[in-house]
Design a protein around this ligand. Structure first.
Ligand code: GTP
Length: 316
């Protein structure tokens, strides 16, 4: 389609949702996009990659960049992550900082606000998430606290604070549309940056790796919070299969740090690994829309979190 076919007031641009782990970024991304793009989980820090979804409407196209939990760097991996986040943020037209209604603002939120304060001229909107979990009184207090956070940390010189503060809940669909409206207002006038119908521009192998990571973390998260990476080594349609029943062959490796962790992932008699493969296969089939053959191996990448060479190889 030619850009002239779009109304003059059409707005399009990049928006990033940031916030501490577990504040509801992925869930909100999914709710706005309307299909499962980012990976959600009840456990913190599962969104390690930058994953985009696109929200399209008559007068807007928001390209959502769901960032990994921006947190204080502890390991090299953490520092790399934060560099990645900083780079991502610098290219945004608007940033939405998510703060849950049901948790007091803490050092983690302040740290993030300090990082956002470095972004000049980018509109920064506060989203107070999970409002279904609190009473009106608690919400009112939280809105005031969020406003103060903005005035004191985000714009210490002018005291202007957040561009807007929007309470939202995905549970019960409270104000999800308002979030889209408010974000749209912050975007530049522009025809859509992506063609119609295109929901994600992540290469499939990254999505596939995320789904395997999600499947692997489901049971063993408490034992292996940070020590797990997945690399898809080979992926392609199998030749000679009927066109209406294609099979995708996928070879992937799960990397852990220590032999003991390898044991946990594989499980007694390979039971755990089989369960991981089954879960991952189901979701990958949904993603790709083909039958899937999945070959999973578990490898030890010693100290990979602290070794830049390993990290490059693993694509971080
Ligand atoms: N009650 C309620 N729970 C929510 C809402 N939004 C998200 N959650 C829950 O909060 C948890 C964390 O949500 P996520 O969307 O994974 O959070 P995230 O910020 O993307 O987390 P990371 O990937 O760790 O950065 C999940 O258990 C969600 O079901 C909401 O509006 N209401």
């Amino acid at each position: 389609m030619m850009p002239t076919e779009y109304p003059e007031h059409f707005r399009s641009g990049f928006v990033s949702l940031v916030g501490r782990p577990n504040v509801g970024k992925s869930t909100l991304t999914n709710a706005m996009v309307g299909s499962k793009i980012a990976i959600t989980s009840s456990k913190p820090q599962t969104t390690r990659r930058v994953i985009r979804g696109i929200v399209s409407g008559d007068d807007h196209q928001l390209i959502l960049v769901d960032t990994p939990g921006l947190h204080r760097p502890r390991t090299l991996l953490g520092e790399r992550l934060n560099e990645l986040v900083a780079e991502t943020l610098a290219g945004m037209d608007a940033v939405a900082m998510c703060i849950p209604a049901n948790e007091k603002i803490g050092p983690g939120d302040r740290f993030i606000a300090e990082q956002l304060a470095k972004l000049h001229k980018t509109p920064i909107i506060a989203l107070v998430t999970k409002v279904d979990t609190v009473t009106r009184g608690v919400l009112a207090d939280q809105l005031i606290a969020v406003q103060q956070l903005g005035e004191e940390i985000l714009t210490p010189d002018t005291g202007e604070g957040f561009t807007e503060i929007v309470p939202v809940s995905v549970q019960g669909d409270v104000q999800v549309d308002t979030v889209v409206e408010v974000l749209t207002k912050s975007l530049p006038k522009s025809p859509p940056l992506y063609p119609d119908g295109e929901v994600t521009d992540e290469p499939d192998d990254i999505m596939v790796a995320e789904l395997i990571r999600e499947a692997a973390l489901e049971d063993v998260f408490d034992e292996l919070p940070h020590s797990l990476a997945v690399v898809v080594t080979e992926m392609g349609l199998r030749e000679g299969e009927p066109e209406d029943q294609p099979i995708t062959d996928i070879y992937a490796a799960i990397y852990v740090e220590r032999d003991s962790q390898k044991g946990i992932i594989i499980g007694k008699g390979g039971q755990q690994l089989r369960a991981i493969r089954q879960r991952a296969r189901k979701n990958i089939q949904k993603l790709l829309g083909t039958r899937v053959y999945l070959d999973l191996v578990v490898k030890v990448a010693k100290e990979w979190q602290r070794n830049p060479k390993h990290m490059n190889r693993l694509g971080f």
